[in-house]
Ligand binder design. Structure first.
Ligand code: PAF
Length: 306
């Protein structure tokens, strides 16, 4: 399968190395970060996992989608702040038969991709893997987790089964869901509880549940999101999203959440697709989401100071 990964940051590179380990795949990493592209083409991707490092050389990196041409599968893994621009500038990989899957954080990515390429080729998913970039051509796999993918209408098409098989064959443990929006909202709620709070307080994930005053904000942010999700008719995949969020804090206790990493590195954050999205969806339904609004405003304030 010819696979183009749009966005070769931590997650894009992680999916890239895993998929490139299956001989029948040809994997292209597309990114604007030229140092990374050059490093991948000269030495491959070095991935650290625990105390081990492995180099994966079977990938081709490029800044130029035209040189790659139409892919069978395009995986969108840019930050959700860059979705539309990344899809527009990599338009040459999307042919009439290309299936496009977004595995990005937050809400709204499907709609942004569809604005550029139309609706019928887009499917979606979410992944719980953790990874970070260590430098050009170098990443660390910080935690393994499940990937859940599906057609937006829940149908079990051949193409979604093919992607599920391709991911599992590459040791990306993947479940095919008939309700992928439930999985996307599940991850959104966890991100809404952890990310902004970590970005504002500069705490590691584990510390957020060690301090009662932070834990209360985490709980309230998630519960507001649950109210909005339920009003939208989203069936959440786990009974208690607050406990689930705390479990993720424990499981990733030593990690800096992605939004904290963005703030520390003076990058734009995904706040508008996470807590900001809960506020927007709440407004449409007349549901007050004051904690998510406050978290969103505070992160916007940090972004303004970049
Ligand atoms: O965005 C992140 O950092 C991760 O999704 C999560 C779950 C918050 C853990 O750090």
């Amino acid at each position: 399968m010819k696979i183009a990964i749009i966005g070769a940051g931590a997650m894009g590179s992680l999916f890239g190395v895993k998929l490139s380990s299956v001989p029948e795949n040809t994997v292209y990493l597309l990114d604007v970060w030229t140092e990374h592209v050059d490093a991948v083409n000269s030495h491959g991707v070095l991935m650290e996992l625990g105390c081990e490092s492995t180099t994966y050389e079977n990938l081709i990196a490029s800044t130029d989608a035209a040189s790659v041409g139409h892919a069978d599968l395009a995986i969108i893994l840019v930050k959700s702040t860059d979705t539309k621009q990344a899809v527009e500038s990599n338009i040459d990989v999307f042919g009439p038969e290309t299936t496009i899957i977004t595995l990005q954080n937050g809400l709204g990515n499907v709609e942004l991709i569809r604005e550029v390429v139309g609706g019928k080729n887009v499917v979606a998913g979410t992944t719980s893997h953790g990874a970070m970039v260590l430098g050009p051509g170098k990443i660390r796999h910080t935690g393994a987790g499940k990937t859940i993918i599906g057609e937006l209408d829940g149908s079990q098409t051949d193409r979604i089964k093919t992607i599920t098989d391709a991911f599992n064959k590459a040791c990306i443990e993947t479940n095919l869901s008939d309700d992928v929006m439930s999985a996307i909202w599940g991850k959104l709620l966890v991100n809404a509880g952890i990310n902004a709070l970590a970005g504002i307080t500069k705490c590691h994930n584990g510390e957020l549940i060690e301090h009662p005053e932070l834990m209360e904000l985490l709980e309230l942010a998630v519960l507001e999101g649950v109210e909005v999700a339920e009003a939208k008719g989203i069936k959440l995949g786990f009974a208690d999203p607050v406990s689930r969020t705390k479990e993720v804090c424990m499981a990733t206790a030593k990690n800096k959440a992605s939004m904290l990493q963005d703030i520390l590195n003076n990058r734009k954050t995904e706040i508008d697709m996470i807590n900001g999205a809960i506020v927007r969806e709440g407004n449409k339904l007349d549901i007050a989401t004051p904690i998510n609004a406050a978290l969103t405003n505070l992160i916007h304030f940090f972004e303004k100071q970049r």
